[in-house]
Structures are given as C-alpha cells and as structure tokens.
Write a protein that binds this ligand. Structure first.
Ligand SMILES: *Cc1c(COP(=O)(O)O)cnc(C)c1O
Length: 217
C-alpha cells in the first residue's frame, strides 16, 4: 500500500513539474473504506495525512481511537450522509464532501455548533443532472452556496462523482468553472481510474481507493 501511494505521489509531482500553471499541489485522500486498520496503519506511520471513509458507523469503529492518537490525520466523509448520522459524523470528520441538500446542511450547522467545530465542507454537485444521483443541481448551485455562506458555514469547495458514461473532460471543465465563479479554493474530483484527467482540470483533492489498497471485496 505504501509503495502504491509513493508511486501516485511521484506521478503527481511529475505532472506538476511539467505544468507550471498549477501552483497548488493536489492532495491524495487515501480512501480506505472496507479495509481494516492493519492495512491503513503503514500509511499513517509514513506520515500520510488525508484518509476517506464513506460510512459513518464503519469510520467510527475504525478511527475513533486512532484519531485521538494521531492528531495530524484528517478524516474525510466522502459518502452519502444521512441526517440521522450527522451528529456522529460531525464529531469524527474534519471534512464532509457530500453536502447535497439544504436539510443536511442545516443539520450539520446545528450539530457542529454544539461541539464548536467548523468543518471543511464541499458541496456535492449533480454534474450529469441525473435524477437518481445525489448532489445539488447546477441550476441551484449558486443560491445553495450563498445560503451556506449566510449561515457562516465553512464551504471550501465543490465535489462530484461523474456517472460512468459521462464525458469526463466536459464534466470536470464545468466543475472547474463553477468553482472559480464561486471563488472557492478546492475541487474534490478524480478516483483511481480518472485522477489524471481530474488533475488536468484543477482538482485539489483526488479520492483514491483501489489504486492504493487494492481491490475491495
Ligand atoms: C470508493 C470511493 C472512491 C474511491 O474509489 P476507487 O475507484 O477505489 O479509487 C472515491 N470517491 C468516492 C465517493 C467513493 O465512494
């Protein structure tokens, strides 16, 4: 796992040395869902900072003790977040990538005030305008963002999960333009199979699972 991560870091550094326009080095979120702590520990010990989980319960079981011992580790919630899990999520995570409704945003706001946190938030964008997909519609993004800012929430970027048959370049280009229009700093896009494309369009957080940890069973 450690070697896989090192390889990725080398590939990313290589891209940056060729392309001077990009001044912000992309950060790798090691997506460790379904993997046990014994597989994750070597990465923590090597100093890796960003880890991603997609289920609150699993993340609690795996990370609660670990986080109190490793204060520099940052945990990212990248999966669909149910309202009834927000209280636990807010305690555990440093970032939430999946803010996809006003109901969820309000709940996060309520719960994080109780524990005096201001979590780094990504608005999940329904980039392909799919009915069944989670995410804020592109047409509603600006007003959604504005409302979160009004509530003093710490919105740092946009996130998307393009559908498998979408034109990735078109989707990522749109994301980059929307992020710039809203004046946000971060873009969470790109997974094991498409992270290079995502980086081309200014991704600042790639979410990599299988390319680091191997296939999930
Ligand atoms: C699982 C997951 C990833 C990582 O996927 P890989 O293909 O294993 O890199 C990234 N983002 C989200 C939202 C995920 O659920």
């Amino acid at each position: 796992m450690h070697n896989n991560l090192n390889n990725l870091q080398e590939i990313i550094k290589e891209i940056y040395s060729k392309d001077n326009n990009q001044n912000k080095l992309v950060k790798i979120i090691a997506v460790c869902k379904t993997f046990e702590m014994d597989k994750i520990l070597p990465l923590i010990d090597s100093g890796h900072i960003h880890f991603g989980e997609n289920k609150v319960q699993e993340a609690q079981n795996k990370w609660q003790d670990m986080l109190s011992k490793n204060k520099n580790v940052k945990l990212h919630m990248i999966g669909k977040l149910q309202s009834n899990k927000v209280r636990h999520a807010v305690k555990l995570f440093d970032y939430i990538h999946s803010v996809d409704s006003m109901k969820l945003a309000k709940k996060i706001n309520l719960e994080q005030k109780k524990v005096n946190k201001n979590i780094g938030l990504f608005i999940q964008v329904n980039i392909d305008n799919e009915d069944q997909k989670n995410g804020v519609a592109i047409s509603e993004l600006e007003s959604f963002h504005e409302q979160l800012v009004q509530m003093n929430m710490n919105v740092i970027g946009l996130m998307c999960i393009p559908s498998l048959n979408s034109e990735l370049e078109i989707a990522y280009d749109k994301m980059q333009k929307m992020k710039n229009k809203l004046g946000l700093a971060e873009l969470s896009m790109g997974m094991s199979f498409d992270y290079l494309k995502a980086i081309k369009f200014g991704s600042t957080f790639v979410r990599i699972g299988s390319k680091i940890f191997g296939k999930r069973s």
